[in-house]
Write a protein that binds this ligand. Sequence first.
Ligand code: AMP
Length: 596
Amino acid sequence: MSFAQLMLPEALIRAVTELGYETPSPIQAAAIPKLLAGEDVLGQAQTGTGKTGAFALPLLARLDPTQNDPQILVLAPTRELAIQVAEAFQAYARYMPAFHVLPLYGGQSYTNQLKSLKRGSQVIVGTPGRILDHLDRGTLKLDKLRAIVLDEADEMLRMGFIDDVQTIMDATPAGRQVAMFSATMPHQIRAIAQKHLKNAEEIKIASKTSTVESISQRYVMLDSNQKLDALTRLLEGEEYDASIIFVRTKSATEEIAEKLGARGYAVSCLNGDMNQANREQTIRRLKNSQIDIIVATDVAARGLDVERISLVVNYDIPYDSEAYVHRIGRTGRAGREGKAVLFVSPRERRLLRTIEHATKQPIEQMSLPTGQVIEQRRIQSFREQLAQTVENQDLSFFQALINEWSEKIDASDTDIAAALLFLAQKEQPLNVANKFPELREPHARGEREDRGRNDRSSRDRSDRPQRDRGERSDRPDRGPRQRREMKGDFNTYRIEVGKEHGVRAGDIVGAIANEASIDSQFIGNIKLFEQHSTVELPANIPTEVFQHLKKVYVRKQKLSITVDNSAASTPSTPSGDRRPSNPGPRPGAAPRKPRD
Ligand code: AMP
């Protein structure tokens, strides 16, 4: 299926084509026709599946360009996602004249937001707390709203925003269209869907289970901006004959092939823009070892059968498990062994689990080759070239030169050989053991969350006057399944806000997730006491993030976070307990495993 077949307007097709999209992702193919027809949609989709395009494109197609009031409202759990979604709208609407999208999130100055709101925007993307504030203040009007989108609804539930979401939904006009996307479908999310969606069909991308034996599967956890570095290290450190690198867009095939080419790799791209003759020629060159690497999109690599391919790199995560199985099936052909490596950003962790589940095989986390490994491989490859040259070349001309030089410059043969080696390795240095620092595994929310860090002086919900939210369900208890997803060492931390201040677990998760950019899945058990609370967080929180968290306010209380090592911290402890006399180790020291 193509974007043109989806009956999207010309301006949008042009924009996605320029972005390098070749075909709609499965969730886009399923959701776009329904949303275009004005229907409500409940989509079960994770980050990485193309869900943003699945709602943004059809809703943009239905926009009234002559009208400047908010017509589409997207609610997102974090400011970073709000920014990302707003950027996607902007990119898709590039050829729609007079289009405006406005992200609204906590921590940003109201003055700027008010100015932008006055100017008018057809699309508003915001975090629930800040949207509710603007509704309360009368600075955001939703009477012209045509559609509302709940993005990452389960994440909003987990962060304690669900009451706010309900209130906002109730404030929207009756006839508006609703699109709701969620990676999981807990009963609270289904209940909202039942209450607010009209005859919505649930769209779920079926994940066929299939097994892929004889292929070793590993993944690297990284931020997007680390991918190119990771790829070059991988290609240097791994043993392989030929490799195929999968990316999402045709522009990425060209860009990465060019970058690898500049680094000396024999590489070519393979994408849907190439005609059949070019495509066949590229495959032939791969087969007869004129090139060793191709950078391809899924569509272009369909059916590719080249025995030499022993390494598949999923540079961009595939949309679903079926695409993953297809991709890694390009290796391990004809009974050979194959290797597959998947790059995953923290936000795509869920998709990784879905793929593991569908393929019924664990994908092992791997670390990238270290500087020492790369150094050893470069030295070995140089030595092999040297040995071959000594054996196969007539070197008499050069030997005569060396004899002459050793006298003229009064240097030993070893000195001369070392100097020549020094000159010969300049392009690709051999002495690199310390030149490749270990990539720090991001425990944060990843690339899209890294922006806006500087202006997070307050959080949308914590700086608001206390509203009566009524008793809400808070964050559902983290069951054993979810706890198992939490990897690494955890510490219990104490924060100076408790039941007496009206705090609930959701407030704490929301504040820590937003202020420290710690994914909520890395926020473990929270226990509420009268005047303080405890929360389990990764032991390796960077010091600057920890210092920042100390100053964050929740329910008008400064968190003043410290490592808690008081054994008496159980919920049955009488209220009024004070900070333990020993404030405990600094973050990062003496990590403790989460209790189970
Ligand atoms: P999302 O799941 O919406 O966060 O999208 C993940 C990434 O996939 C983003 O970088 C999008 O630009 C990209 N993307 C979305 N749809 C397509 C498509 N049809 N073809 C290629 N890339 C896409």
